[in-house]
Design a protein around this ligand. Structure first.
Ligand code: ZN
Length: 275
C-alpha cells in the first residue's frame, strides 16, 4: 500500500492512494504517517476513506523524523566512477532533519554554491524499534520504502575540513517521497531500478542489486551503533551517474529540473532555485 502526507509544509495530513491512484484522507484514522502508527501500516482500506479534492502539495512521506541517516559509497559501480575503493564497512553520516522536503519542492542552491549535486537513493523508513538486531530479522523493522534525493554540496562535503554532514544538510537537500510503500508491495529491496535525469537528460540508471551492503545488513549494522526508532530514515547510497563523477563534472544551477524514480516507489520532480 502507498501512504503519503499532503498539505502545506509543517501542516501535512496523512493520506493513502486508492487502487485507482486517487488520494484518500487518512486523518480520521491516524494522526500522521509517523511514530507508532508506522508499525501498523498496511491494515487500512483506502476505498473506505474520504476522497481528497484538488491537487494539494505532496509532503515528505513520513513525519516526526528523529534521524536521517546516510550511507556513503554503497554501490560498487558508484565507488568506481569516483575512483574510490569499496569500503570495508558501511560509511555512515547524518543529514540534518531540517533538510527534509516534499518530493516536488524546489531545491535551493546554497549561497555561493557551485557544486550542488544529485543522488537518487532507496530510502528505508523504520517502523519498529531496532537495537542489536541480527541481519536475518532486520527487514522486520521496516515500515516501508521511498525515494530519496540525497542532494549534496560537494565543496561543503569534501573541501571544508571533513564531515560529510556539512554538505548533506542544507535546507531542501532531503526530498523524501512521494509515497511510503509497504514492504509487501515494494518487493525485494535488492532488485529495484533507480533512475535520475537533469533537464530530461539521463544521468543515473542503476539497480539496488549492486549495493555493497544490503538494506538488511545496513539496518543490522546501524542497530549495533544506535537504536533505530520508528520514523528514522536511512538513505542507502546512490548508484553511478552523479555530477561529481562526470567528465568534466557537472552541477546544478537555478532553473534546472531534476526528476528521479525508484521502481515501484514513485517519481520526484524538483526545480532548482537560488537559495
Ligand atoms: Zn547519498
Amino acid at each position: 500500500m502507498k501512504y503519503l502526507r499532503y498539505g502545506p509544509p509543517g501542516a501535512e495530513k496523512p493520506g493513502m492512494l486508492d487502487a485507482g491512484g486517487a488520494l484518500r484522507d487518512l486523518s480520521g484514522v491516524i494522526d500522521d504517517v509517523a511514530g507508532p502508527a508506522l508499525a501498523r501500516l498496511g491494515g487500512h482500506d483506502p476505498e473506505a476513506l474520504p476522497r481528497v479534492e484538488g491537487t494539494p502539495r505532496i509532503g515528505p512521506c513520513v513525519g516526526r523524523v528523529g534521524k536521517f541517516i546516510g550511507i556513503g559509497l554503497n554501490y560498487f559501480d558508484h565507488a568506481a566512477e569516483i575512483g574510490a575503493k569499496a569500503p570495508a564497512e558501511p560509511i555512515v553520516f547524518l543529514k540534518a532533519t531540517s533538510s527534509i522536503a516534499g518530493p516536488n519542492d524546489p531545491i535551493p542552491v546554497p549561497r555561493g554554491s557551485e557544486k550542488t549535486d544529485w543522488e537518487v537513493e532507496l530510502g528505508v523508513v523504520i517502523g519498529r524499534t531496532a537495537k542489536y538486531v541480527a541481519e536475518p530479522a532486520a527487514l522486520d523493522h521496516v515500515a516501508g520504502y521511498c525515494v530519496v534525493n540525497d542532494v549534496s554540496e560537494r565543496a561543503l562535503q569534501i573541501e571544508r575540513g571533513g564531515q560529510w554532514t556539512k554538505g548533506k544538510s542544507c535546507d531542501g537537500f532531503g526530498p523524501v517521497g512521494p509515497w511510503l510503500v509497504t514492504p509487501d508491495e515494494a518487493g525485494d529491496p535488492q532488485a529495484l531500478r533507480l533512475t535520475l535525469s537533469v533537464n530530461g537528460d539521463p544521468r543515473q540508471d542503476g539497480t539496488t542489486a549492486t549495493m555493497i551492503f544490503s538494506v538488511a545488513h545496513v539496518i543490522a549494522y546501524l542497530s549495533q551503533l544506535m537504536t533505530l526508532h520508528p520514523g528514522d530514515i536511512i538513505a542507502t547510497g546512490t548508484p553511478p551517474g552523479v555530477g561529481m563523477g562526470m567528465k568534466p563534472p557537472q552541477f546544478l544551477r537555478a532553473g534546472d529540473v531534476v526528476e528521479l524514480s525508484v521502481e515501484g516507489l514513485g517519481t520526484q520532480r524538483q526545480e532548482v532555485v537560488a537559495g
